[in-house]
Design a protein. Structure first.
Length: 168
């Protein structure tokens, strides 16, 4: 079963010097948005991580942080494009990491996260990504009230893509 969580670095002034020794206390799960102060964050340069676990293996970790709002946007676009294409790929916004997604037989996907390879059911991955993205934006909306209209557009886009895939 896939599990996807979004974490935000709790203050824009924080700089992570050693990715091999990440202090987990620097990150807050976006579901705990009440623990974050929007004044200490920059919506347009919001750093964080999307953590992806599948069948007990971690494919994306806290150390894979980047501009999280943009990264979620890339994931959503990739899922939309995957409806029409057999292979999609994208780069992280500010890091040299790439993710590629390839359709295989029997409704399976091969997803490459850097050097890690995931073989997963297509519907489970699509459902997992779209629901996690929607949850991220719903929580982000509570944190950045002044950007509600913009965030609502992202949520509406995700809902339209769910309808395209007939994922409810």
């Amino acid at each position: 079963m896939i599990n996807i969580e979004s974490y935000i670095i709790k203050d824009k002034k924080i700089k992570i010097a050693d990715i091999d020794n990440i202090d987990k206390d620097l990150f807050v799960n976006v579901k705990d948005y009440k623990l974050l102060n929007a004044k200490n964050l920059d919506y347009d340069y919001l750093e964080g991580s999307i953590v992806v676990n599948y069948n007990g293996q971690e494919y994306l970790e806290l150390k894979d942080w980047d501009l999280i709002e943009q990264l979620w946007g890339y994931f959503v676009i990739a899922i939309k494009d995957l409806k029409q294409k057999d292979t999609v790929a994208f780069q992280f916004p500010d890091c040299p990491f790439a993710i590629s997604i390839e359709k295989k037989r029997h409704n399976r996907l091969i997803v490459l996260f850097h050097d890690k390879r995931m073989n997963i059911d297509l519907a489970e991955f699509v459902f997992g990504i779209l629901n996690a993205a929607e949850s991220f934006y719903e929580n982000l909306k509570q944190l950045f009230v002044a950007r509600e209209w913009e965030i609502n557009e992202e949520i509406e886009n995700i809902q339209n893509i769910k309808n395209l895939w007939s994922v409810k």
